[in-house]
Ligand binder design. Structure first.
Ligand code: GDP
Length: 613
């Protein structure tokens, strides 16, 4: 039970925290990574910063150098051996750094462009971070773009800020405040990191410039501070392996390989490992553990350095047999002496089968296909949030058989006869088949583009449906005759709308008991072809809208129009003609949102008038 101490020596029992960068496109994620990776100029040395597989490793000495300017503001502690930063910024890698739904990323940097504020993918990122309960800090980037910003390269933010004119400081304050408000609207309290007195409740904001390097020392200092102070437990070395597959790649001379982030424990050449495959579990032996050569010059000659053993945290490439169907985002388990391989296989497949919980049990919904477990999980989370049911899920490229699953929706629910394909290849034959069958395919590698396209499509379908069923969409109305204006050809009546609303196109009727048969009869006077209030024509008249009365012109092409004075007269209540079908039509998604609560209540009370069950 180790307590944090202020000792500046590296604690051997802590491993390096893993850090991920995410945010909207063009906010400067890549540039920020480059700037962090940049070695200090004076030394000219790499400072031990090493490029690994899918990640860059910063040993504590490199961080010490880079954060030296922070000494005048903050106490510094260096308990962890270093920091591992994932090289590919964005949702994708963050989503794949997962283990049973929780995140292996110890701390994330959410980059926001100070000139643009919160953008679409910023919101997506916030959702993802929340869902995975991943701690994060905000880099408020591009501060050098504030008008007239005076640059001091690689300086601490506070020192640089103090050197700015009042006007620059004011612009910063204004933009910062706006962004703080926008974050609060997302349910996030935030504070400039050095004014943040409650790191567990408030998100820390670090102003940065990826171009000038200002604020980068602050960012690194804060990453260390937060991980060391707040998560030393998670950073304890374990003997148990914790590893996740970031990518599956073909490498010349090695065949299929997997790029793995080892976040805890050791991996050794020859280890028996188990992982999730697209068509079932994969068990194989590690043939080679590879990292890139330490320096750029060497990188040209030799491709990879082989290791007998590697220790967390690091990014490493694994060569082994049978990796072709390996699923990115899957955990990698090592089969120990006492382990039952079958048990581990089952456990590792839980990563995929667990996601089946998101599949709608009614068998209605869209079909979803994604490239990795992480992105599939993220996509399912979003769909759940948008209340879009999912019928079937899949991983990897889309083939004809995947499209065939979606065709079952053509009869059941046409709006779901859709495939949402996230970051996957679509086979030519599959595409053709989808087109023949009328399955709509949406494909994108940005989640919100997928949703925008899908929601636009749904809106279009609904609009078409509204048109098709318009004649059955009859809103409830109760009318009282004030005056008969014209008895026949056309019938024109002055009425008062007592309940509901009367619209163009609505059939108007009365309901009477036939004295001979004692049966209820519905007499249709005709369809409303025009409505006039005070000699002005309108499309709809609602109850209480006018006390002047409404002139209604009714047309009934059949010869069966009741005769005014004989079959119907001023004493009879008039109604819009409700049927089982008209009620069901209003319940359809195409109309549901246009029906008010009062309308439903009125429909309910009119059911007895029409004897509708
Ligand atoms: P990403 O899409 O988030 O990875 O964004 P990039 O790192 O590719 O940056 C997008 C653009 O913004 C590039 O033209 C960068 O040069 C520029 N950029 C990034 N960070 C900064 C910054 O701090 N200041 C300024 N002035 N430009 C930046």
């Amino acid at each position: 039970n180790k307590k944090d101490s202020a000792s500046s020596s590296t604690k051997s029992d802590l491993r390096s925290p893993i850090c991920c960068i995410l945010g909207h496109v063009d906010t400067g994620k890549t540039k920020l990574l480059d700037k962090i990776r940049e070695t200090n100029v004076q030394g000219g040395e790499a400072g031990g910063i090493t490029q690994q597989i899918g990640a860059t490793y910063f040993p504590i000495d490199a961080i010490k150098t880079k954060t030296a300017v922070m000494a005048q503001f903050e106490k510094q502690t260096f308990d962890v051996p270093g920091l591992l930063i994932i090289d590919t910024p964005g949702h994708e890698s963050f989503s794949n750094l997962r283990s049973r739904g929780s995140s292996l990323c110890n701390i994330a940097i959410l980059v926001i462009d100070i000139m643009h504020g919160l953008e679409q993918q910023t919101l997506e990122s916030i959702r993802l971070l929340r869902e995975r309960k991943a701690p994060f800090i905000v880099a408020l980037n591009k501060i050098d773009r504030l008008y007239d910003w005076q640059v001091t390269p690689n300086n601490s933010f506070r020192d640089s800020f103090a050197k700015q004119s009042r006007a620059v400081q004011q612009e910063f304050e204004d933009r910062f405040t706006q962004i703080k408000v926008a974050l609060a609207e997302q349910g996030l309290n935030s504070e400039l990191y050095f004014q943040n007195r409650n790191m567990s409740k408030y998100v820390s904001i670090v102003p940065t410039s990826a171009v000038t390097g200002e604020g980068v020392p602050d960012l690194l200092w804060l990453l260390l501070e937060l991980t060391q102070k707040r998560m030393s437990k998670q950073l304890m070395y374990l003997s148990e392996v914790e590893a996740t597959i970031l990518e599956v790649k073909v490498v010349e001379g090695f065949g299929y390989t997997i790029d793995v982030i080892l976040s805890n424990g050791y991996l050794r050449e020859g280890d028996r490992v188990v992982l999730c495959g697209m068509n079932g579990p994969i068990a194989t032996n590690i043939r080679a553990l590879l990292t890139p050569p330490p320096s750029r010059e060497l990188r040209i000659k030799s491709e990879y350095v082989h290791h007998k053993e590697v220790k967390a945290a690091l990014g490493v490439k694994i060569a082994a047999n049978d990796l072709e169907k390996a699923v990115a985002g899957s955990r990698l388990l090592v089969v120990g002496e006492d382990d039952d391989e079958e048990d581990l296989m089952e456990e590792v497949m839980d990563d995929l089968t667990g996601l089946l919980d998101s599949v709608d049990t009614s068998g209605r919904g869209v079909t979803v296909q994604a490239s990795t477990l992480g992105s599939l999980e993220a996509l399912l989370d979003f769909l759940k949030d948008m209340k879009i049911p999912v019928m079937s899920i899949g991983l990897g490229p889309v083939y004809k058989r995947d499209v065939m699953k979606a065709t079952t929706m053509l009869d059941k629910a046409k709006e779901y006869a859709v495939m949402l394909c996230f970051d996957v290849k679509i086979d030519k034959e599959a595409e053709q088949y989808a087109e023949e069958q009328g399955i709509k395919m949406f494909s994108a590698d940005v989640i919100y583009h997928l949703f925008d396209a899908f929601t636009a499509y749904q809106a279009k379908l609904l609009e078409a449906r509204r048109k098709d069923f318009l004649e059955y969409a009859i809103f409830p109305a109760v009318l009282k005759t004030i005056q008969i204006i014209n008895k026949r050809n056309p019938m024109i009546i002055g009425v008062d709308v007592v309940e509901g609303s009367l619209r163009i196109g609505t059939p108007v009727c009365t309901v009477k008991v036939n004295p001979e048969t004692k049966q209820k009869e519905t007499l249709v006077l005709g369809k409303v072809v025009s409505l006039e209030v005070n000699h002005k024509s309108v499309d709809i008249v609602k109850k209480g809208q006018t006390n002047a009365g409404v002139a209604v012109r009714l047309e009934n092409p059949s010869s069966a129009q009741p005769v005014w004075g004989r079959h119907v007269d001023e004493k009879d209540n008039l109604y819009s003609l409700l049927t089982r079908r008209s009620i069901d039509t209003l319940k359809d998604p195409a109309f549901r949102d246009t029906v008010a609560r009062d309308d439903w209540l009125l429909i309910r009370s009119l059911k007895t008038v029409f004897d509708i069950k």
